[in-house]
Design a protein around this ligand. Sequence first.
Ligand code: HEM
Length: 549
Amino acid sequence: MLVMLYLLAVAAADVQKDPVGQQIVAFKQKTQGPIGILTTSAGAPIEYKEATSSINSNLIRNEYFMDSMTHLVRERIPERLVHAKAGGAFGYFEVTHDVTHLCKARLFSAIGKKTPVAARFSPVVVERGGIDTSRDARGFAVKFYTEDGNFDIVGFNTPMYVYKDPLLFTTFVHSQKRNPATNINDPNMLWDFLTLRPESLHMFLLVFSDRGIPDGYRHMPGFGIHTYEVVNEHGDHHFIRFHFIPDQGIKNLRSEEARRIAGLDPDYATRDLYNAIGNGNFPSWTISIQVMTIEDVKNARFDPFDVTKVLPLDEYPLRPLGRFVLNKNPINYFAEIEQLAYSPANLVPGILGGPDKVFEARRFAYRDAQNYRLGVNFNRIPVNCPIQTRVLTYNRDGNPPVKDNERDTPNYFPNTFNGAIPYVDEKRSVILQIIQDESGNFEQASELYVNELTKDERSRLVENLVFSLRMATQVLQERAIKLFTIIHPDLECWKKFAGCRFRNEVILQHGNAPKHSAESAVCAAMNTFQEVTADVLEDDWANCFLQWF
Ligand code: HEM
């Protein structure tokens, strides 16, 4: 009896520490015994013999076998093309500061007002079964279930995006994914894209910095990236960017640590989020906005709608707006997180979205992806239903779920028979014609390198870049070096890599090298190579190496 009590106490303690590992045990603890009689999907009770042994029985008549077998082989749906792997949770958003002078959206209408949210965090390239601690940007998607329907911010953990011409989306995705011949991720494809489209280097400097591997989702920031057009009750327009800063602090993993964790726990970030919430340690983020007036937009030195750029914080400081808290884990991952369908086109009155071309492309792409992945009625899946408002559309039928299929209401518009009618916004106006041109300068990338990264961070950035570039062909290495040199002259040291057939060994050696304290982060890294490797490598390598200096 004492042993039993002891084991129960240990089990209770384990649930407290490790809700992921103990989920099924906790289920048993909260139930009195089997939860009911097993049935087929059609609800018929299953007899013991049918469910336990097929020996000497007729399988075609075994409804348990037929039902479970035919369902199992249809269990998989297409994974998201990008952002396939994720952790997610539920909670609420609370307004802490008044922004009604900027935006009339009802979710911002009063300080203290709470709106339910669903959040999903995801690496971009990593596939559904992949590794959470991979070097990659992270998706940061939040669905606000408002009284005016769902408002989704489908952002990243970087404040800028890769390119501003949406035609590049397909090519960018292909270059990041597996080589179609080898089925292996290919640094040549990655570096070819990055160096042919240098506007991508601003974001990729961050991806190759410490920020490229957040220490779990709770410790990463989020950014809406696009400059959203918003409107207040009087019809006045402003332009804002959303920032989410984790109240837990920003924390990242070093490359070596991330590689070690990858072997031990590929689901590191997903587990961390679930366990934190399961233990009552609810993560939260402070939400702020940067604000531009129409005059600011007209007078800006650069295109404020260019998603490859940030709005400088000294010119457009953060203004607090609210906070969101995640306090509930999904009860069923597939139903509640896999089936979540975010879309930048999910906007509410007062928030008009981004006027830029990438935003325009996204209004179409997510809907199309979800039609394919979840079916045409994806918004009728419970987790996507606007829970605070009644849906009234003229859409009917299609693949399930259809819910009540809008019952007996008229199914065409306009009609004379009291079907739903659109509302009228008297203050609606189109105020700005946005004309965007090519994105091009390296100013912000240089700014990031010089002013936002510490000396140590710069040094690690170079190590990480080298680690990836070592696998790329020499032409691409040289092209990358030229571009990085424009970003900062420090990076000129890189050119010494080019043309050495032993570069891979050099770089691998550097992975274990002690730190060096020379002026420039990059030169420090190069000097370290020299010190560490000069003794150990063969003559021809040493000659090659020395001619760099
Ligand atoms: C031309 C530009 C873009 C296109 C065409 C595009 C398209 C897509 C598509 C098709 C998906 C999969 C959706 C699904 O299956 O549910 C996706 C997911 C996602 N995208 Fe984009 N995207 C673009 C740019 C961006 C940008 C600029 C951001 C960040 C600001 C972003 C953030 C995300 C996130 C977070 C997800 C995962 C959403 C989730 O958790 O379900 N994308 N994107």
